[in-house]
Design a protein around this ligand. Structure first.
Ligand code: SF4
Length: 280
């Protein structure tokens, strides 16, 4: 069986840089703790633990000298809180996430009401909103979420998207706000890395020579799930965390299998999956 990789897949620049920063930190003999998964991939979390950088869920649980903030970013107040606890900070927040922190702060100061399209439980969105007065923003992801709000009370609204979303999926939601509000501006915050991986997955899904697609990524990774959704709309597609999850029965009669991977999937996991597929 032949394997055809998507044109773009796997680690984005933000995660590559975060991964490199943590590995350099560990290689220099430092120990630390990462607040939340460095990326949403269980293999990477284990790899980091093996390097002496374990994952914690709260700043108060850190006994190591350094706290690592992941590529998703944290609420600005966490920097002061960490310093107050005597911790050093290794900040690997992605530049694009910092752009949204900055642009949403500017919009708030200019008097805009903020709307974040995304998952209120995602750490990136928590980073944008945790420190804000709840009356200054909404987090929405469905048309039902916007019902019951008098959007006309706000003079100006600025809409931000969680970086890893597919903007097209939320067009209806943003239009519904626009139909009810006085003035709405959209910030262009979808990360290009996500879009490139999605476009390449779409091309693979539309490729008639490809019989089945394998999407590699963590089960908690939102962008991996988006890739899987794109693929399975077109043809049989399977989400795996690694080579051991592959079931040969999926590939009966298939000559070419498509391969793509979420933005939090390390290269070595993708290579392992490709080797196993090629051996089938
Ligand atoms: S997906 Fe985009 S925004 Fe998120 S970490 Fe990667 S480069 Fe940054």
């Amino acid at each position: 069986m032949k394997v055809k990789r998507a044109e773009k897949y796997g680690f984005c620049s933000g995660v590559r840089i975060a991964d490199m920063k943590v590995k350099r930190f560990a290689a220099a003999g430092n120990t630390g703790a990462i607040l939340g998964q460095v990326v949403h991939n269980e293999r990477v979390v284990q790899e980091m633990e093996d390097l002496g950088v374990r994952t914690v869920e709260a700043l108060e649980s850190v006994s190591e000298p350094t706290i690592v903030f992941s590529a998703h970013g944290v609420p600005p107040s966490y920097h002061e809180k960490a310093s107050g606890l005597g911790l050093r900070i290794l900040d690997t927040t992605c530049k694009f996430v910092y752009d949204i922190h900055w642009e949403s702060k500017q919009a708030r100061e200019a008097g805009h009401h903020l709307v974040f399209i995304g998952d209120p439980n995602h750490r990136e969105v928590i980073g944008y909103t945790n420190d804000l007065d709840p009356s200054t923003y909404h987090i929405v992801s469905t048309v039902a979420d916007i019902e019951g709000v008098d959007w006309s009370q706000y003079e100006n609204i600025k809409v931000f998207y969680q970086t890893t979303l597919n903007a097209e999926d939320y067009e209806e939601v943003v239009r519904a706000i626009e139909a009810r509000a006085r003035e709405v501006r959209r910030a262009d915050t979808i990360c290009y890395a996500t879009k490139e991986n999605q476009d390449a997955a779409r091309a693979l899904a539309e490729d008639d020579t490809v019989g089945v697609i394998v999407v590699v990524g963590g089960k908690k990774s939102a962008n991996t799930k988006h890739l899987w959704d794109i693929c399975k709309d077109a043809k049989p597609s399977y989400l795996v965390q690694g080579a051991d999850d592959l079931d040969p029965a999926w590939f009966a009669g298939v000559d070419i299998v498509g391969l793509t991977a979420g933005a939090s999937t390390p290269d070595y996991v993708i290579d392992e999956v490709e080797r196993r597929l090629s051996s089938l």
